[in-house]
Ligand binder design. Structure first.
Ligand SMILES: [Zn+2]
Ligand SMILES: [Zn+2]
Length: 361
C-alpha cells in the first residue's frame, strides 16, 4: 500500500519550499522504504530550489539522512526492516567498468529507486540526489541504505550521508593527507570543517583554515585547525607561504569551488603539492591557468566527488570513530529543527550562521 507522508517540496525556481503531502509507493524489487529519523539541510538542497542543479521541478528535498528501514522489496537481502541506516547518494552497481576494476568509488552507474514518489495529484517528484529525505518516509534503492551502529545519534549519523564524508574524504581519501603534511582548507563551512577534521585524523602537522568569516574560522579551530587565515583582510597565498616556512602547504583543499579560491589553492601549494577541489563549482565558471606552471610545479590537481568515499566502508568507520571520541561528528549539528523550518534554515545557512541545521522527526 502506498503511504501519504509529509515532505519538503520545492515547486518552482526560487519559490519558498513548503511541507506537502507526498505519496510514497510500495518498494519495488531492490528497493526499501525508510522511516526518516533525521535529515540535514545542505547547500545542495538550496541549489535545487534555486534551479541551480536542473529544471526538473517539483523536487522533494533532503539527502543527508538517517532512519530505520521499514519495508523492503523483492530480492533485498543486505538490509531488512528494523535496520538503522544512513542513506547514501552513490549506491555502487558492482558491475560497471570502474566497479570491475576495483575502484567502486568511481562507479559510473549508481542506483536510485525506479518508481518516483509523487504529490497527491500524481505529479512525480524528482528526489534530491535520488534520495528525497526531508520527509517522514522515503523510497530509495536498497543499496542507498548503509547500516551503522544504532547507538549513534541519528541527527549526527545522517550527516555522514553527504557533506561530512565529502570533506573528510577529500583529505583522507583523495589527497591523501600523509603524516607530517601541512594542509590548508579554503572555506570552512560543513564540508571544509570536515576536511580540517580529516586532515587532523590523517596526521597533518599543520592544518590551516582559510575563510572570510571569523565565526567559521573559530569553528575550524574547534575541529583542530592549528592556524587560521582571515581571507577578508589577509592575502591568502602570502599568508599560507609564511605559515609554512616560505614553501606553501603540501595539500590545499578548495571547499568553495570558485575560480578565485581554486587559483589561491593552485598558487599557494608547495612544489609538487596537491590541490583537491571538493567545493562544487557553479556550472558556468571557467578557469585560466598558466600551463607552464601546471607542468613546472608538478604535483597533482585532483577533484573529490563525495570524498571518494565508499559508503559501505566509510560510514560505519566514521560512526565508530565518533563512538570512540576520535571524530567529532556531533559538533556539525548546530541546531535541531522541524520539517516546517527548512525555509528559515536556508536563510541561516546563507548567512553563515550554522554548520548544519538538522531536521529531527
Ligand atoms: Zn559501478
Ligand atoms: Zn549535501
Amino acid at each position: 500500500m502506498a503511504e501519504s507522508v509529509r515532505g519538503v517540496v520545492a515547486r518552482s525556481k526560487n519559490a519558498p519550499v513548503r511541507v506537502e503531502t507526498v505519496i510514497v509507493p510500495d518498494p519495488g524489487p531492490g528497493e526499501a522504504v525508510v522511516a526518516v529519523q533525521a535529515c540535514g539541510v545542505c547547500h545542495t538542497d538550496l541549489h535545487y530550489r534555486e534551479g541551480g542543479i536542473n529544471d526538473d521541478f517539483p523536487f522533494l528535498l533532503g539527502h543527508e539522512a538517517a532512519g530505520v528501514v521499514e519495508r523492503v522489496g523483492e530480492g533485498v537481502t543486505d538490509v531488512q526492516p528494523g535496520d538503522v541506516v544512513v542513506l547514501n547518494w552513490r549506491a555502487v552497481c558492482g558491475d560497471c567498468r570502474a566497479c570491475r576494476r576495483g575502484r567502486p568509488w568511481y562507479c559510473f552507474d549508481t542506483h536510485n529507486a525506479a518508481s518516483p514518489m509523487t504529490l497527491e495529484d500524481g505529479t512525480p517528484l524528482a528526489a534530491a540526489l535520488g534520495i528525497g529525505a526531508l520527509a517522514e518516509k522515503t523510497l530509495v534503492h536498497a543499496g542507498q541504505c548503509t547500516k551503522v551502529d544504532p547507538s549513534v545519534d541519528p541527527a549526527a549519523a545522517g550527516l555522514l550521508g553527504c557533506g561530512v564524508t565529502a570533506g573528510w574524504g577529500a583529505a583522507v581519501n583523495t589527497a591523501p593527507v600523509r603524516q607530517g603534511d601541512s594542509v590548508a582548507v579554503i572555506g570552512c563551512g560543513g564540508v571544509g570543517s570536515a576536511a580540517v577534521a580529516g586532515a587532523v585524523y590523517a596526521g597533518a602537522l599543520r592544518v590551516i583554515a582559510v575563510d572570510t568569516d571569523p565565526r567559521k574560522l573559530e569553528w575550524a579551530e574547534d575541529f583542530g585547525a592549528t592556524d587560521t587565515v582571515d581571507a577578508s583582510t589577509e592575502d591568502v597565498v602570502d599568508r599560507l607561504r609564511e605559515l609554512t616556512g616560505g614553501f606553501g602547504p603540501d595539500v590545499v583543499i578548495d571547499a568553495v569551488g570558485t575560480a578565485a579560491t581554486y587559483r589561491q589553492a593552485f598558487d599557494a601549494r608547495d612544489l609538487a603539492g596537491t590541490v583537491v577541489l571538493v567545493g562544487v563549482p557553479n556550472p558556468t565558471v571557467t578557469l585560466e591557468l598558466p600551463l607552464i606552471e601546471v607542468f613546472g610545479r608538478g604535483g597533482a590537481l585532483k577533484s573529490s566527488w563525495y570524498g571518494d568515499c565508499l559508503p559501505s566502508r566509510d560510514f560505519p568507520l566514521l560512526a565508530e570513530l565518533f563512538r570512540q571520541d576520535r571524530f567529532p561528528l556531533d559538533r556539525f549539528v548546530t541546531e535541531r529543527i522541524g520539517l516546517d523550518d527548512v525555509e528559515a534554515a536556508f536563510g541561516r545557512m546563507q548567512r553563515g550562521e550554522v554548520l548544519r541545521s538538522v531536521v529531527v522527526l
